[in-house]
Design a protein around this ligand. Structure first.
Ligand code: HEC
Length: 146
């Protein structure tokens, strides 16, 4: 029994739709934003400048995740503020929160954890020698120099 004209039309339509769907799926745009994790797996552009474990242009210790400090911590002030400091993870976090609140430091999102781990590893309390811990000053104690 031959399918009538109406049924044949519907079958054609369905075939066309599925072909179209396949074409769209195959030629669809790849996701626009590259995954960060992938970006970071690429060779670091900074490694060429590392001598004796120090990234010369910034003076930062070149251990795991130092590129995050280069990205996030070199825009506003010299790195000697960092390299002269020895803080625990907790106090590094507090310093970052303070800069975010008062100094326009941006959200670090998923870089925050590895960055703080880097700071504590490279400039942590375990390596304390010489410089005292940053004073804890209550919010209300800040004042503007005239
Ligand atoms: C948006 C600007 C900005 C960025 C980016 C920034 N800071 Fe700061 N930071 C400041 C300012 C402003 C001060 C105060 C500078 C001063 O006292 O001369 C400061 C001070 C500091 C101090 C000294 C704090 C103290 O207790 O004396 C440390 C340590 C520090 N920053 C570390 C960092 C680290 C680590 C990063 C990266 C996560 C970073 N900064 C990124 C603005 C910034």
């Amino acid at each position: 029994m031959a399918a009538d004209r109406h049924t044949r039309n519907i079958m054609w339509m369905m075939a066309l739709v599925s072909i179209l769907a396949t074409v769209v799926a195959l030629t669809g745009e790849p996701p626009k934003e590259p995954k960060r994790a992938q970006v970071q797996k690429e060779p670091l552009p900074f490694d060429d400048d590392v001598v004796d474990g120090i990234h010369l242009p910034t003076g930062l210790r070149a251990i795991k995740n130092y590129e995050l400090a280069i990205q996030h911590c070199t825009a506003c002030h010299g790195t000697e503020l960092i390299t002269n400091t020895k803080l625990s993870q907790k106090d590094w976090l507090e310093t970052i929160r303070w800069m975010q609140k008062k100094q326009n430091l941006w959200e670090l999102s998923k870089d925050e954890k590895p960055l703080i781990a880097y700071l504590a590893a490279a400039y942590g309390q375990d390596t304390t020698q010489g410089r005292r811990r940053t004073l804890e000053i209550a919010e209300s104690d800040w004042y503007v120099l005239e």
